[in-house]
Ligand binder design. Structure first.
Ligand code: SF4
Ligand code: SF4
Length: 248
């Protein structure tokens, strides 16, 4: 598949129209090799009303980053369907309101960097031009990149996914090279398999050595984004020895 990445400014006009009337409708949901983030998993498993263990087992596969040793989670490959996403239907995406961040961004890709001096996060975008996507040929869709992003409701995904990017960046600075398998398993459980993480906290004493305030325990019980934030803090604690500050 031919693919071209063209850097683009957020204020630039992006002539693109994606519609169910396009002959390419749903083609972007096939032949996938798409990394899923912890927040993607959280939204999808809640959309389906499914515990994270079951969602991960049914719909995803786990690999290991060859240099970092970090877990990489993707949709389970299915050659029988041309590696189609498990959620694509003839009418489109069956979990549209909770589709992953990368699905919302397409045909854009996003990267970030953080200034060491100010801590400010800078965003960079590129257009992904692939043969199968005919949206660029539809001339009715002039909008700026910013307007396109607003229409895709991607801000919350970006906000949550940036926390993962910062964690990985810290890991690469403090612990360059491959994680040990047991460290990778902890990373996977706390961030991707958060219902298992919750179960370990409440039923297997995972936080017994930590002085967790009762109000925090209530939030852990039924607030998944809060638990995901806590998972990041716990990984910083066990990998880098950073103190966990219980706030919220
Ligand atoms: S989650 Fe939805 S939008 Fe994303 S690849 Fe699957 S069907 Fe397509
Ligand atoms: S225009 Fe591109 S993004 Fe839209 S359905 Fe077609 S392939 Fe997918």
């Amino acid at each position: 598949m031919e693919e071209e990445m063209i850097p683009i400014d957020p204020e630039a006009v992006m002539s693109f129209n994606c519609s169910s009337q396009n002959i390419c409708f749903n083609d972007c949901c096939r032949d996938l090799s798409q990394a899923l983030t912890p927040y993607d998993i959280l939204r999808m498993k809640n959309n389906l009303g499914m515990p994270s263990q079951e969602f991960l087992r049914r719909y995803t596969s786990r690999h290991t980053g060859p240099l970092s040793g970090l877990p990489v989670v993707e949709f389970k490959p299915n050659p029988q369907t041309g590696h189609a996403c498990p959620f694509v239907t003839r009418k489109g995406c069956s979990i549209y309101s909770d589709r992953p961040g990368s699905c919302r961004l397409y045909p854009l890709a996003r990267a970030i960097s953080r200034s060491r001096q100010t801590g400010q996060v800078m965003e960079y975008y590129a257009l992904i031009k692939e043969d199968h996507c005919k949206g660029f040929a539809e001339r009715t869709g002039d909008q700026t990149v910013k307007e396109w992003l607003a229409g895709q409701d991607v801000a919350q995904h970006n906000f949550q996914n940036d926390k993962l990017m910062m964690l990985i960046s810290t890991k690469n600075m403090i612990l360059p090279g491959r994680l040990e398998p047991v460290q990778a398993d902890h990373f996977y459980m706390a961030l991707y398999d958060i219902d298992e993480f919750r179960d370990r906290i409440f039923n297997h004493g995972l936080f017994n050595v930590l002085n967790v305030p009762p109000g925090i325990l209530d939030k852990i019980r039924d607030n998944d984004p809060f638990l995901l934030d806590l998972g990041i803090k716990w990984i910083q604690y066990i990998l880098f020895g950073m103190e966990i500050k219980f706030e919220g």
